[in-house]
Design a protein around this ligand. Sequence first.
Ligand code: ATP
Ligand code: MG
Length: 304
Amino acid sequence: MRETPDASPRGTILPGESRAAAATDQPAADRPATDQPATDPPAMGEAVPDATTREVENPVVEARGVAMAFGANTLFRDVSFQVERGEVFVILGGSGCGKSTLLKLMIGLYEPTAGETRILGEDLQTARADDRRALLARLGVMWQSGALFGSMTLLENVMLPLEEHTRLPRAAREQVARVKLGLVGLSDAADRLPAEISGGMAKRAGIARAMALDPPVLFLDEPSAGLDPITSAGLDKLIKDLARDLGTTFVVVTHELQSILAIGDRCIMLDKQAKGMIAQGDPRELRDHATHPTVRAFFRREAI
Ligand SMILES: Nc1ncnc2c1ncn2[C@@H]1O[C@H](COP(=O)(O)OP(=O)(O)OP(=O)(O)O)[C@@H](O)[C@H]1O
Ligand SMILES: [Mg+2]
């Protein structure tokens, strides 16, 4: 854990979210540009332009000035961030602020109203059909709902991506799928149907399926919601281990504060009122130094 609030590559805090005044005794004009509001700081509750996004050389996932609206309903504007290899990047924010939509944008299911997203250097919106298909095969996605096929056993669900994207013989596909189910503690449930398992088990099966092809990038939408604390901690450990040992990159939507602090290298926080990002940085630094009332309240579990 980083204890000093000094500028650090992982500790970027946005202008509206600048570190507590006590964190620096330099006058504003002398502070490094990354810590300094560009001109007038935006009013509280306004979208904060990400003037401080740090540049990564070969980002695995990248959003630049992304905006999204459904009709007249603008969800967010000016969302920019970069995720580097092996990083666990967390997206936070209250219900309805657009977290799941942002994930869907990143994997090319929606077209942003402005800006662009890239994964492994490719823009899914503009990629040729072949490149797009190849890229999608390299992404693992676990949806918020789990989205398992009800008529197939867990084993068959996890084997599905292997069937679609590899030429492995059935026995090899089955072996890989069993390994993935084992990773999420579902070895004994391989032959059960989704209707015969608990919600937490369905989540874990969804993660096993997302991991089937050993993707270099995994998008997980609320992986630990509804899981008991022990299973949830086990899942956190699995994410951390994969990121550290295999260099798997994770983009995770989660509300679980303990989980965020345990696994998140960096995070962004979206806000419905602000229609954009209100914080970006190391979650532990945000917990300790955030001044924006919503960000503070979230990390300190306070009512506002
Ligand atoms: N396809 C769609 N068409 C129209 N509106 C949509 C669509 N998808 C999402 N929305 C709206 O966009 C807003 C954000 O939805 P989203 O699912 O991204 O929120 P979220 O931050 O993931 O919330 P939660 O924490 O509850 O999962 C909601 O008001 C939702 O109704
Ligand atoms: Mg959601």
